[in-house]
Design a protein around this ligand. Structure first.
Ligand SMILES: [Zn+2]
Length: 629
């Protein structure tokens, strides 16, 4: 575990959920419950059905049933993983992160240094952005934005800026802000002069360019891209060099803003540059990210996989576009993703396409895009195919590289079938040809390769032995208590207990040992035990109970669900108690029935007076309960 539970709690308590969510949706109401329209992009909420509790620091949506605490919100809304959400909120609240827990394990810089570098980038970003905002409409930068159809909103969302022609604009700004010049140089923003004097030692790298800050998924400026504003300026695009905070081969441009749309739509469109991404975004296609002038890398795949497995590569319809796709395909397949591809007409970039044919047309094309494998097969490997045997051999050999990377045998079989169909040969021949070409396929069954098993089965089986975990360890996170598949009534009781202190007191008065055994779901049981012991240890902190436990479960909406009771029925005196009684009766009945069943099957194996007595007692209990209810 990276952070201690105490640290996580401290961070959570320092960030008011109402403030965070209030940035994304207008919340109305007072005191305990605030209502607003659901901010999640996959739920177009007409009437306000999203509730946030200031007291309990939880949110719950009646419509899409999402719920949880502040970490859960950022994970779902911004697509952060848990450590990122903790880091983001710690910084927001100016809580120092534990030094050993830096995420840049290989980079050898301290957390403080990293913070300083990010701060310098931020200063530069604000500087460029302010310069752009002050420009008159006839300036080349403004004209360019207008021509590309980028409105004020997009400029603000992506914090676009401008660098002027002068040589030391940023350098002088840094001097005035007392920015350590050597660090700014290490970020690639400044270059040293050959014979520099003090206060005249450096010049700006980015000059006369439209500036694109490059954000991490948590919203820090980690680098810059600049597009020349001169008609024939070279290079057309210039990026920050790699630095301790910036690594081109792992950055997906735009994801800090588009991640939530990618997650909501469960699909991503990958384009080649930041202008492409911004153009699609402002045309309303928001589930988009750009790679920065590199091929798609395994690091990109790792980042993107946190949001979706469904990727459509939008390729420039030229040789270079297909080249890039050919390099990307094995990486995407090896990562267990489902890549599709759409090749734009020749000499068109995504922006041209949208301008010429409209965003709807592009959406349609992306929607019916073929598998990237099939696209490459037909458009590239079979480009000048006339059907000769030697061509067939060459094509199979070209496809073999990608095929060898597919972890799923089933998918590979389908691709083999596709090759056989397109080349009009037997699938057996394709298999043999590939086996000859690539060693790992030789001789019947492939060596066992771990299937890309992820959350599903793992989450279902809390008691699963540890050695079944995937070899390639995912980001280490805290172990979650599994609430998946919990019976509705047991889940609701849990949530009620965490929201109403009087119910918790009732439970303790009645003696928890009487009640707890009634629950059948192991996750609910564990959480109830945890809740009771936490409450007994510190009854003053009742309100912290629900939001803090939401951190440790796999399905935090179960904890938040009782917000519905506060909102709808808060006015009715004692309503929560009646609800509780009803639900408890229901699970009591079920519990007795199950016990009776178990005993009955034992009786089949032979009757003893003790067993018989126990059975009679149970039946009496069940009848009594029936009369009560
Ligand atoms: Zn919703």
């Amino acid at each position: 575990m990276r952070f201690t539970p105490d640290f996580i709690e401290k961070v959570r308590e320092a960030n008011n959920l109402v403030e965070i969510i209030g940035q994304y949706t207008e919340l109305k109401g007072s005191g305990h419950r605030l209502m607003g329209r659901c901010p999640f992009p996959d739920h177009s909420d007409k009437s306000p059905s999203f509730s946030v509790s200031e007291d309990n620091q939880l949110y719950y949506c009646y419509g899409c049933k999402k719920g949880g605490n502040v970490f859960n919100f950022l994970e779902t809304f911004n697509g952060m993983n848990f450590p990122e959400a903790v880091e983001f909120l710690a910084r927001r609240a100016s809580i120092a992160l534990p030094e050993k827990e830096t995420f840049e394990r290989n980079k050898g810089i301290s957390r403080d240094q990293k913070d300083l570098l990010l701060k310098i980038n931020k200063v530069a970003g604000v500087f460029y952005h302010q310069q752009l905002k002050q420009l008159p409409p006839e300036h080349a930068a403004k004209k360019y934005l207008e021509k590309r159809g980028l409105n004020e909103e997009t400029v603000e969302k992506f914090r676009l800026g401008v660098s002027f022609e002068e040589w030391q604009g940023l350098y002088k700004h840094f001097l005035s802000k007392k920015v350590p010049i050597d660090l700014a140089e290490s970020l690639g923003l400044l270059k040293p002069k050959k014979a520099g004097k003090k206060d005249d030692s450096h010049f700006d790298l980015f000059r006369d360019r439209l500036m694109f800050p490059i954000f991490s998924s948590t919203g820090d400026v980690i680098g810059f891209g600049g597009r020349t504003l001169q008609a024939d300026g070279l290079p057309k695009y210039l990026n920050s060099s790699d630095s301790p905070v910036f690594n081109k081969s792992r950055v997906l441009y735009g994801i800090h803003e588009t991640g939530k749309f990618i997650r909501a739509q469960d699909s991503a469109i990958v384009v080649e540059g930041y202008m492409d991404a911004i153009a699609l975004y402002s045309a309303g296609i928001k589930n988009v990210v750009a790679i920065l002038g590199t091929a798609f890398t395994p690091e990109h795949a790792k980042v993107l996989k946190r949001y979706t497995l469904n990727v459509t590569m939008l390729l420039d319809g030229d040789e270079a576009g297909l080249n890039g796709a050919e390099r990307s395909l094995p990486i995407l397949l090896e990562a267990g993703m489902m890549p599709k591809g759409f090749a734009l007409p020749d000499k068109m970039d995504p922006d041209d396409f949208v301008k010429a044919q409209g965003a709807d047309k592009l959406r349609e094309e992306v929607g019916r895009a073929p598998e990237l494998f099939t696209l490459l097969l037909t458009k590239r490997w079979m480009a000048d195919y006339h059907g000769s045997p030697s061509e067939k051999v060459r094509i199979v050999e070209e496809a073999a590289g990608a095929l060898a990377k597919i972890p799923s045998r089933a998918l590979m079989d389908l691709y083999l079938l596709e090759v056989a169909r397109q080349l009009d040969v037997e699938i057996g021949w394709v298999r043999r040809a590939i086996a000859q070409k690539s060693q790992p396929l030789a001789g019947g069954p492939k060596p066992a390769r771990p299937e890309p098993v992820r959350s599903g089965p793992v989450a279902n089986a809390p008691a699963a032995p540890q050695d079944e975990a995937p070899q390639e360890a995912p980001e280490p996170e805290i172990e979650k208590i599994v609430l998946k598949n919990a019976p509705k009534d047991e889940a609701f009781i849990l949530s009620l207990l965490l929201h109403f202190e009087n119910l918790m007191v009732d439970l303790l008065d009645a003696g928890p040992e009487e009640l707890l055994p009634l629950f059948s779901h192991p996750g609910i049981k564990r959480l109830l035990h945890l809740a009771v012991s936490k409450y007994q240890a510190n009854p003053q902190a009742f309100h912290e109970l629900a939001p803090s436990l939401a951190t440790v479960v796999d399905n935090p909406s179960i904890i938040a669900v009782a917000l519905t009771v506060t909102v709808e029925d808060g006015a009715q005196e004692g309503f929560e108690r009646r609800l509780m009684t009803d639900y408890l009766n229901a699970i009591r009945q079920r519990h007795l029935k199950q016990q009776a069943k178990a005993l009955a099957s034992q009786l089949k194996d032979g009757v003893s007076p003790e067993k018989l007595e126990a059975f009679m007692e149970l039946q009496r209990n069940r009848l009594a309960k029936k009369r009560d209810s």
